[in-house]
Design a protein around this ligand. Sequence first.
Ligand SMILES: *Cc1c(COP(=O)(O)O)cnc(C)c1O
Length: 449
Amino acid sequence: MKTKILLKESEMPTHWYNVIADMPNPPTPPLGPDGNPVGPDALAAIFPEELIKQEMSGERWIKIPDEVREVLRLWRPSPLYRAHRLEKMLNTPAKIFYKNESVSPAGSHKPNTAVAQAYYNKQAGIKKLTTETGAGQWGCSIALAGQMFGLDVEVFMVNISYGQKPYRRTMMRTWGAQVHASPTNLTESGRSILAKDPNSEGSLGIAISEAVEIAASRPDTNYALGSVLNHVLLHQTIIGEEAKKQLAMVGEYPDMIFAPCGGGSNFGGIAFPFFADKAAGKKIDLVAVEPTSCPTLTKGTYAYDFGDAIGLTPLMKMYTLGHDFMPPGIHAGGLRYHGDSALISQLYNEGLLSAIAVPQTETFEAGILFAKSEGIVPAPESTHAIAATIREARRCAETGEAKTLLFNLSGHGHFDMTSYDRYFAGELEDYDYPEEAIKESLAHLPKVG
Ligand SMILES: *Cc1c(COP(=O)(O)O)cnc(C)c1O
């Protein structure tokens, strides 16, 4: 019985899959401050033309440039695993497979889009990319990708994480990036925050404002975003395309797919290529897994809202908890986002995708069970998918169903040992569903139309 199902380098997908081609309804457009759809021009100050085209494209297949595939070959195709030892530990008749995206140099799925974004910016004559990072996964990915294509990278890292995640910071510098603790005095946005609070801990919203401000004010500088946008999800579909080929090699097809969902990029990445089959009538359940403390899809409202905390971005129609909702400080930093991808939100609203929320301690229990059986210590984000898969596998053990389950191991947890320490010390909390905070924040949704 096989454990690792491997594709040859020559079998790496040559095209990304664009889910828009198979959606029953056209995607809702992003809106500008005047309430009208945002055209390509509005984005041109911070994104290269090719990425703007991809953001709006309805073409089913989009070619992956050879230069991008060449860099992706450093770790792709990524292995698909059959989790024999986890199955045994759970004593389940279910077959469990996982796609291992932790094998990238940065340790997660995020370089899949970082490499593509760096390439298109380089092609467009751009010299520098700015971005924000919270826990550091995205900052590392764009630092790596910038280095591969000879672009300077400037990362605004949320001040509190800058102190808490020193090794992510060092990793970015190893790949040549400049890293600042945000807020800085390098931007108008940063200075205005520091004037009010010189010791500000910072936030992702503030860091985005700083990175966008610099990109918008310099012609040779662009901005890069690690999730949420259509082109980011597009670049991640290589995950699901590979997984489909790998499952076919062992004669399998999943009944259910689970992935953690923050902004939706790794979930869209693994699920969308299978959505193509679902749209054609195949029975498959695609499940986004989120924290109970930041339950965007399961408890949010489907409405137009800003993508950032301050209100600088275009309005996107998405499931949201309100752009000024501050999620509790859970250890899966990548899942602390108030909104979600517009594509995922629309398909979920139409009943074509599912979502569940899992409490924090259950995710760590699942992560530890996974580490003890399969060996890999998962990222706190990834443990959400593991917990949901384990729930289903245990259900199968009760009913005797031999379902085929697939989940995305979006990253490893080697930089998250402090979080595991907290769990072992019994200090991890299960936050209640923050109903009051969400209600308050939803009252501030922008008025549209
Ligand atoms: C960033 C991150 C996520 C969440 O982001 P998505 O865009 O929803 O995929 C999940 N897992 C890991 C390891 C991450 O770094």
